[in-house]
Write a protein that binds this ligand. Structure first.
Ligand code: DQA
Length: 147
């Protein structure tokens, strides 16, 4: 199974950004940790961008080449209808991940405009959220293959 993991703006600053909310690990630390947890027969590719258009291009590039997407769109979560439409257009099963508990922070973070085009929203589990999202996609894919 091939999974693309897409990270949005400011996540490149993990490790120095709001440590009390996001922890001390860098995005590279989380990437390395995730690779160590995933079965080697599965391909997981990591991507980060601070630019909405690049994120949309990366989502489009998954068409016909990836079986699942894990996306942490950062603040774009709360207002990017363009990213929402891109996810919907691919028809690729997508899981939304947030390191922090977006439902127990500022009000604007409680809203996700991509939630309804994702098969699940994971929040508040730190880096484990990415692994849980991968497990959800593996289970989704194996169910599909057995139908
Ligand atoms: C985040 C939550 C967003 O509200 C915020 O803008 C981020 C990170 C998270 O992983 O908890 O950049 O997506």
């Amino acid at each position: 199974m091939k999974i693309k993991i897409i990270n949005g703006p400011n996540l490149n600053l993990l490790g120095r950004r709001d440590n009390h909310i996001y922890g001390k690990e860098t995005l590279r630390d989380i990437e390395t940790w995730l690779y160590s947890k995933v079965n080697s027969k599965d391909s997981v590719k990591w991507f980060q961008s601070n630019h909405e258009g690049q994120i949309i291009d990366e989502i489009h590039a998954c068409i016909d080449s990836y079986d699942g997407i894990i996306i942490n769109p950062g603040a774009f979560t709360h207002y990017s209808y363009a990213i929402r439409d891109a996810i919907e257009s691919t028809k690729i099963p997508t899981v939304e991940v947030h390191l922090s508990d977006i439902h127990n922070r500022e009000d604007f973070r409680k809203i996700s405009v991509i939630k309804d085009v994702c098969i699940e929203q994971i929040f508040g589990h730190g880096k484990t959220g990415y692994l849980n999202a991968a497990k959800i996609l593996f289970a989704y894919e194996s169910k599909k293959r057995n139908i």
